[in-house]
Design a protein around this ligand. Sequence first.
Ligand SMILES: CC(C)(COP(=O)(O)OP(=O)(O)OC[C@H]1O[C@@H](n2cnc3c(N)ncnc32)[C@H](O)[C@@H]1OP(=O)(O)O)[C@@H](O)C(=O)NCCC(=O)NCCS
Length: 135
Amino acid sequence: MLIKREMALDQDIGLNGALFGGDMMANMDQTAGITASLVSYNRRFVTRKVSELIFHSPVRPGDIMEFYAHVIQTGTTSITVSLKVKVYQPISDKRKDVTSGEFVMVAVDDSLKPEPILWKKEMIDKCNKADEFDD
Ligand SMILES: CC(C)(COP(=O)(O)OP(=O)(O)OC[C@H]1O[C@@H](n2cnc3c(N)ncnc32)[C@H](O)[C@@H]1OP(=O)(O)O)[C@@H](O)C(=O)NCCC(=O)NCCS
């Protein structure tokens, strides 16, 4: 499911003319948190693990980034979300993979202790339906 879009601005660009990797990671972390919230009734999630983070190609100023998510595992207190970030190219109407990774998010209570996740099953199905994730 497409979770959000962002445009890379001049102020986000590093010395080598491409987006800072750290900014991309922050955006992906936020996307994983939004996804967890969309498919559950829980209020708070924290990031437990990030893996397989791969930067496939650079993001340039003016690029439109699209953040796609699939839910790949549901546990008692955790959810594993696979993320793909693509750059949308309006002229060709095509998308290019720029970054991908897996995020484990844990639902926590007000004291930041793990709590059971109350799933919205229909939202998980909706999230995982075929879309541009696999283009
Ligand atoms: C996330 C946190 C609350 C988990 O607490 P914990 O006492 O380790 O909790 P548990 O061992 O019960 O694990 C909670 C869930 O995470 C899963 N988990 C823990 N470590 C894992 C790992 N290395 N890989 C995958 N899943 C993991 C467990 O399987 C469990 O999921 P389940 O209930 O669906 O089976 C705690 O580690 C924490 O506060 N970490 C810091 C979070 C944070 O600040 N993130 C932002 C970073 S700046």
